[in-house]
Design a binder for this molecule. Structure first.
Ligand code: AMP
Length: 113
């Protein structure tokens, strides 16, 4: 999608610090990290958010499995980490391209603000 910032990152039109890429998924470090480790895992297909995924459990499953794998490759398996998907305005979603936040490297507060 032309106007989508994450689609531009996938295309290489906006620079990013890449963590992982395959034919379906891309992961890169968050530009405004909220934890010592904070990266985003996204499908290359433009989907506006998790709310639109009811007809695609396979993609959501692969996205979550990859996020766990990358968290472990980041060295977070023992200390723990958090996977977050924000949806819509009240959920705090600011970019309308489905993404999983992977956060770790410090004790994260609960509940989130
Ligand atoms: P959300 O608020 O859940 O939609 O998350 C969007 C995330 O994208 C935020 O944590 C932003 O810091 C991050 N972000 C926005 N633009 C960029 C960018 N150019 N490179 C890396 N991360 C970005």
């Amino acid at each position: 999608m032309e106007s989508c910032i994450f689609c531009k990152i996938i295309a290489g039109d906006i620079p990013s610090e890449k963590v992982y890429e395959d034919d379906r998924f891309f992961a890169f470090r968050d530009i405004n990290p909220k934890a010592p480790s904070h990266f985003l895992v996204i499908p290359k297909e433009h989907l506006p958010g998790v709310a639109k995924l009811s007809d695609n459990p396979e993609l959501l499953g692969q996205l979550m499995i990859l996020s766990v794998r990358l968290a472990h490759e980041e060295g977070l398996a023992d200390s723990g980490y958090r996977l977050v998907i924000n949806q819509g305005e009240d959920g705090g979603q600011s970019v309308a391209h489905l993404h999983v936040h992977v956060l770790g490297g410090r004790a994260l507060a609960w509940p989130p603000g």
